[in-house]
Design a protein around this ligand. Structure first.
Ligand code: FES
Length: 319
């Protein structure tokens, strides 16, 4: 849920993990503990006005002392503002607002074995998930790709903390090694797989898992950004109750247009992964881009996740 309540936190320390990734340790202002969180959780950070009041979500972990929250941010090129601000403007001692931790990428309670596939900064949700599993002495393994050891964030921590659980794939150097979907063929029945990385990797691994016969509920993934939409075009919406009509332009989401027009649709992840922004649809066809609705739900054209999905032509919304 979109929450109005936020927490003020202080930047306790900043550590350069790789040439492009910084780790930020956050602490409560008066020294008490920040709220606990489960493996796979994230927070939304609210950057100040001069950064354009940017809201950004980051996976949380804690490799330091209890009661702290840590996030890791890769400097994106080009940056849409968030990572650039974090890397170049935020300094130790700064105070900023964050949301309470939320979890849309939770560990399965039913898995007999958990396998994590990470590419680059996609390692971050798995740091807290592996910590949870290690504490409960549950079975897991990590397959993690980066360009090189130097660009592999948390390499030393992972090697030292989870010996025997972590497999690294460095795509550059003298002996490049690629992380491939064929690994998915090796897992025993009852395994749940989790993917986090760039859109291309998510698509490749989710499609492969499907074609190798993984049940949909054994496959979990988290996106950093809304999925890329091919040839996005404007579409119309009509609100069934009031008869009001709006156009959703190419560069805006349905969620943005509804909220701008005073319709308080709740939201959380903004990448189609949590279901919070669902709106019922009375008529019309939908281009679904979310990773939350089941295939049957998508086919029925009865609900749209307004942060990412779009209409074809005109949609009549049941609101
Ligand atoms: S806000 Fe999470 S699916 Fe739209």
């Amino acid at each position: 849920m979109h929450r109005k309540s936020t927490l003020d936190v202080r930047i306790k320390s900043i550590k350069q993990e790789t040439a492009t990734i910084k780790r930020f340790t956050l602490q409560e202002l008066n020294g008490s503990k920040l709220p606990p969180f489960s493996g796979g959780s994230h927070i939304t950070t609210y950057l100040p006005k001069e950064a354009g009041a940017l809201e950004r979500s980051y996976s949380v972990f804690n490799l330091s002392e209890p009661g702290l929250i840590e996030i890791a941010i890769r400097l994106a090129k080009p940056s849409t503002g968030g990572s650039d601000y974090w890397h170049h403007r935020v300094t130790e001692g700064d105070v900023l607002k964050i949301s309470y931790p939320k979890n849309h990428f939770a560990l399965s309670f039913q898995a007999k074995h958990h396998v994590f596939y990470a590419a680059g900064i996609g390692i971050t949700p798995f740091l807290s998930m592996m910590a949870d599993l290690a504490e409960k002495e549950q079975s897991f393994e990590l397959h993690y790709t980066a360009k090189s050891k130097e660009q592999c964030a948390f390499y030393d921590h992972l090697k030292k903390t989870y010996p025997g659980h972590c497999h690294f794939y460095f795509s550059e150097g003298e002996k490049p090694k690629r992380l491939t979907v064929n690994l998915l063929k090796n897992h025993r029945i009852g395994t749940h797989v989790y993917f986090c990385g760039p859109e291309k990797m998510i698509l490749e691994f989710t499609n492969a898992a499907k074609s190798f016969g993984y049940p949909a509920f054994n496959v979990h993934y988290e996106r950093f950004a809304p999925p890329v939409k091919k040839d996005s075009v404007p579409f119309g919406i009509t609100l069934k109750k009031s008869g009001k009509h709006f156009i959703v332009p190419t560069e805006q989401s349905l969620l943005d247009v509804l909220r701008q027009n005073g319709i308080d649709v709740p939201y959380s992840c903004r990448v189609g992964g949590c279901g919070t922004c669902e709106v019922k649809v009375a008529e019309g066809e939908i281009d679904h881009y979310d990773s939350f609705l089941t295939e049957d739900q998508q086919r029925s054209n009865r609900a749209i996740l307004s942060c990412v999905s779009r209409g074809k032509g005109n949609l009549v919304l049941d609101i």
